[in-house]
Design a protein around this ligand. Structure first.
Ligand code: RIB
Ligand code: CA
Length: 317
């Protein structure tokens, strides 16, 4: 069992990752922290709580975190991608439970200190909560088992600017703090997530089963998300950004990885938010070395994702 803290900005693909995490037999979701990003912090938190309730997993503690990035003024919300409420065309019954009163960064510190060496933190939004946590309590760096970051783009173009991926671009200062913290980081960026596409055919299969609330949610959220990716990237589906990061935390062999020194660009007027990897034969030693996911075979990822969802939703019927 891999014990995980998820940090989310729920978000259609965050929602898919939460579903996968709750339904996988190999993962225990210890806590979920929320951050502003795809939608505002309140909406992201409400989406997370309501989805957990739909999945009969309301016992997973949810902690609300940073509304804003460390340096104010960055991009806020992505309703063109994720819809007005962050979950595409889906609707969820309002959650009957609230987020816990502890602030997300403090919750990360408490959970990690309580289970030294046992927790993997998987960040699926900007890295503000984790950056605040390592600044407030540097000791947690050695107590975290691993950090898996959905973010960045090494060889692939960016999705916010020509070179920057959204989760890093939306708080480059936070990403920089995390990357320089000494945590053991696996970077799951657009280089691999843009290859793992959910197809319209899969969404149709879910539509045919939409008498079951979990499948209805999957169909209504992903078809909106797919519309965006069709219009802008002509993909014929939508990428499994956030689910892939969680799946890599569960099973690192799903991707081909390369140990590379990585730095976050925080100052460039054109390159702010870029994840720069030094791929030279003799790279800069001063940069922190990460495990960068550089390639993936999409078929087993999709099969595993759909299989876990199907088995989990069937079980809960
Ligand atoms: O760039 C993709 C990432 O940005 C995903 O985590 C998505 O949910 C958004 O947060
Ligand atoms: Ca996300």
């Amino acid at each position: 069992m891999k014990r995980v803290i998820l940090d989310v900005d729920t978000g259609v693909d965050d929602a898919l990752a939460i579903m996968y995490g709750v339904l996988s037999d190999n993962l225990t979701i210890e806590a979920i922290c929320t951050v502003g990003g795809n939608t505002g912090i309140e909406q992201a938190t409400e989406n997370t709580l309501a989805l957990l309730e739909l999945l009969d997993a309301a016992d997973v503690p949810v902690y609300m975190g940073a509304k804003y990035p460390l340096k104010p003024g960055a991009h806020e919300g992505a309703s063109n991608v994720h819809g007005q409420r962050g979950i595409g065309g889906a609707s969820l019954r309002r959650a009957s439970v609230s987020a816990r009163s502890t602030y997300a960064a403090n919750a990360i510190i408490e959970h990690v200190r309580r289970s030294p060496g046992e927790l993997t933190i998987v960040t699926l939004g900007r890295l503000t909560n984790l950056a605040l946590a390592v600044q407030m309590a540097p000791d947690i760096v050695d107590l975290v088992q691993a950090v898996v970051v959905m973010g960045g783009a090494i060889s692939h173009p960016g999705n916010i600017t020509a070179v920057a991926e959204a989760n890093v671009y939306n708080d480059p200062e936070a990403a920089d703090i995390v990357f320089q913290s000494g945590c053991s980081i696996t970077l799951v960026g657009l280089d691999v997530t843009m290859k793992c596409l959910l197809t319209r055919d899969q969404a149709e299969l879910w539509r045919n089963r939409s008498n079951i609330p979990g499948y209805r949610f999957l169909y209504e959220s992903t078809s909106y998300y797919m519309d965006f990716y069709d219009k802008t990237w002509n993909l014929g589906g939508c990428p499994l950004h956030d689910p892939l990061a969680l799946m890599v935390a569960e099973d690192p062999t799903l991707v081909r990885r390369s140990k590379l020194p990585v730095a976050i660009e925080t100052t460039g007027s054109v390159t702010r938010g870029m994840t720069v990897a030094d791929r030279r034969v003799s790279p800069l030693r001063a940069w922190s070395t990460c495990d960068v996911a550089v390639d993936v075979d999409a078929a087993p990822v999709l099969e595993r994702f759909v299989g876990v969802i199907d088995r989990g939703l069937e079980r809960g019927r």
